[in-house]
Design a protein. Structure first.
Length: 164
C-alpha cells in the first residue's frame, strides 16, 4: 500500500512476493474489523483486470471478501476520438477534423500496448498536443494574430510522436 492507500503491482516476482506479504499484512489489520460490521461498510477496489486478479490471489481469503465484480469495457478508438474532442471543447480548444484519422490510428495502436490508459491516454495526448501547439505558435506570437484555440494535425502528429 502506498501512503495514500493505493496498491501498486509490477516488477520482478520477488517484488511481487514482497507486495503480497505487505498486502496481506495491511488487509489482515484492516479487514477483520470491517468484516464484523459488514452491513455498515462498503470496500471498493478498482484496477485493470490482470492486476486485480493478482491482488485477489495475494491472499486466499480475499476473494470471499470481494464477492461482487463490475467490469467496464475499454473505450474503442472512435469513442476515444470523441473524448478528445469533448475534452478539448471543455478546455476552450478546437481539434481540427482532419486530425480524426490520426487520432483513430493512434488509439487503435495504443490500445494494444501494456501501458494503455484508456481515457487517461486521450487526456495525456491532448496535453501533449497543447504543448506541441505552444512550441509551434511561440515564434508567431509577437506582431501576428495567432489562433490560440486551434489544435492542428501537426500538433497531433507531434503529440503522437512524443508518446510513441
Amino acid at each position: 500500500m502506498t501512503e495514500g492507500g493505493s496498491l501498486r503491482f509490477g516488477g520482478t516476482s520477488r517484488m511481487m512476493r514482497e507486495y503480497q506479504v505487505r498486502i496481506c499484512e495491511r488487509l489482515g489489520v484492516r479487514l477483520p474489523g470491517p468484516t464484523r460490521q459488514r452491513d455498515r461498510l462498503v470496500v471498493i477496489v478498482a484496477g485493470y483486470p490482470e492486476q486485480m486478479e493478482m491482488f485477489l490471489m495475494a491472499n486466499p481469503g480475499l476473494p470471499s471478501r470481494f464477492t461482487k465484480t463490475i467490469s467496464f469495457e475499454s473505450y474503442n478508438a472512435d469513442e476515444l476520438v470523441a473524448i478528445m474532442h469533448s475534452t478539448a471543447r471543455r478546455d476552450g480548444l478546437r481539434l481540427d477534423e482532419a486530425s480524426n484519422s490520426l487520432l483513430k490510428d493512434f488509439f487503435v495502436g495504443a490500445s494494444q500496448r501494456s501501458d494503455f490508459g484508456n481515457a487517461r491516454t486521450a487526456r495525456t495526448l491532448l496535453e501533449r498536443a497543447r504543448e506541441a501547439q505552444a512550441v509551434r505558435i511561440a515564434p508567431f506570437l509577437e506582431g501576428r494574430t495567432v489562433d490560440l484555440n486551434q489544435l492542428t494535425p501537426i500538433d497531433i502528429e507531434t503529440a503522437i510522436a512524443a508518446m510513441s
